[in-house]
Design a protein. Structure first.
Length: 420
């Protein structure tokens, strides 16, 4: 039996103590070897879950275990790419939008803040981020385009921006700035490629990242340019930072309760809330956004959402199932759901009792997104930077300096969090 196999069994059987031993082992081996060892432990855990599910698991359990298995395979390939340095020249080739070499680095920006009498300095930025491991996830990619922002004037299309291109551009800028500040940065993708949702979260977990940040741009049913959708509307723009919250629907899934126990034991929700709060403060200030749309716009959004739900139900009987969404992946899951046990319900209630909605910082929301669910042992957030349906933001995001300001704000928010 190899050393890696022994470590995998140790992690599986000894829980936290085994994980601590694996962490100590990481000091004498490279991050790739350690990550692959942890993936072996995750595979052994999956096999244990499959055995525990018995001979007649529910359809949803079968679906979930299959997604985990696929995610582990994807994570193995992703980790190899994420840890390996990017070859010379590939950085520029991967960038879908114009570079902005003239723009200030994060250290320059923070040095200017210090000279202006603000609390943040370039030295302080380098200090808390030195030695930190941060996973930067550029949302969507490949065949998953995400939202599409279309700018029209007098009914004529002027230009359009795809979310997958914007997220990659901003993620690359964030990675560059964080590395300048001393952090070790792992990017889930550096080109226009389709990635497995579960693989993204699992990769962040096995790389033992100190933070996981998934970058997105939002859209609304009022500004979605799909057929029969609403027309573009301004005044809808706001920033939302999502943290994980358990779904009662998913409680019976294999291993879900243990993940929830781990979160509470590690106080991960509180850490994620704090990180999300810092990111919202910085990003909303940079983008000039609020934490919610006006009440009148919100009412229109609810009405349009209900209309589309009715339309989807009427079409569901004669069309194939929709593709899974980037964030949740929930549309591919079987609809039949087992009722949670009494113990699972008590765990669910304990989570919300310890981390109530009222404790969330301004601009922070909750969801059971896949990438947040699978990064259950470290602070993880999903950032919806602004709305692509807002023509003003769309026009600004076309400019490199606007995208650079988004990246700078994300880096500043991370620095604020690690300076705590």
């Amino acid at each position: 039996m190899t050393n890696a196999q022994l470590l995998g069994i140790l992690v599986l059987t000894c829980g936290a103590a085994g994980m601590a031993a694996a962490n100590q082992h990481s000091a004498s081996t490279g991050p790739l070897r350690v990550a692959l060892t942890r993936l072996q432990a995750e595979r052994a855990r999956l096999e244990a879950l499959e055995q525990a599910a018995g001979k007649r698991p529910s359809r949803r359990a079968i679906w979930y275990l299959d997604r985990l298995s696929t995610g582990l395979d994807a994570a193995r390939d992703m980790v190899r790419r994420m840890v390996a340095p990017l070859p010379a020249g590939e950085r520029a080739a991967a960038e879908p939008l114009p570079p902005a070499a003239h723009l200030l680095s994060i250290a320059d920006v923070l040095r200017h803040e210090a000279d202006s009498g603000k609390s943040c300095s370039a030295t302080a930025m380098a200090g808390p981020l030195a030695g930190r491991r941060i996973v930067v996830d550029a949302g969507h990619g490949g065949k998953d385009q995400g939202a599409t922002g279309i700018c029209r004037r007098a009914g004529v299309e002027q230009f359009r921006l795809q979310e997958k291109d914007l997220t990659l551009d901003v993620a690359q800028r964030v990675a560059d700035k964080l590395r300048q500040a001393g952090a070790t940065v792992y990017m889930t993708r550096t080109s226009d490629e389709t990635l497995d949702l579960y693989g993204r979260g699992i990769a962040g977990r096995v790389l033992e990242a100190d933070a996981f940040v998934s970058i997105h741009f939002n859209y609304s049913v009022l500004s979605d340019p799909t057929p029969r959708g609403g027309r573009a509307v301004d005044g809808i723009d706001y920033t939302a930072i999502y943290v994980y919250s358990p779904s009662r629907r998913n409680l019976p899934m294999p291993g879900y309760s243990q993940q929830l126990e781990d979160r509470i034991r590690l106080d991960q929700p509180a850490l994620s809330n704090r990180l999300a709060g810092h990111l919202f403060d910085r990003v909303s200030a940079a983008m000039g956004t609020s934490d919610a749309p006006p009440d009148a716009v919100r009412a229109r959004m609810r009405a349009e959402t209900a209309r589309r739900a009715r339309l989807a139900r009427s079409r569901s009987k004669r069309t194939a199932a929709p593709e899974p969404s980037e964030e949740s992946g929930s549309s591919e899951a079987p609809r039949a759901v087992d009722a949670p046990s009494a113990a699972q319900q008590r765990l669910h209630d304990r989570f919300y009792s310890r981390y109530p909605q009222s404790a969330l910082p301004r601009g922070v929301r909750r969801s059971d997104f896949v990438v947040l669910r699978e990064t259950h042992d470290k602070p993880s957030v999903l950032v919806e930077t602004c709305f692509l349906g807002d023509s003003r933001q769309l026009t600004r995001l076309r400019e490199p300096d606007r995208r650079d300001s988004v990246a700078t704000a994300l880096c500043q928010g991370l620095a604020d969090y690690f300076r705590r």
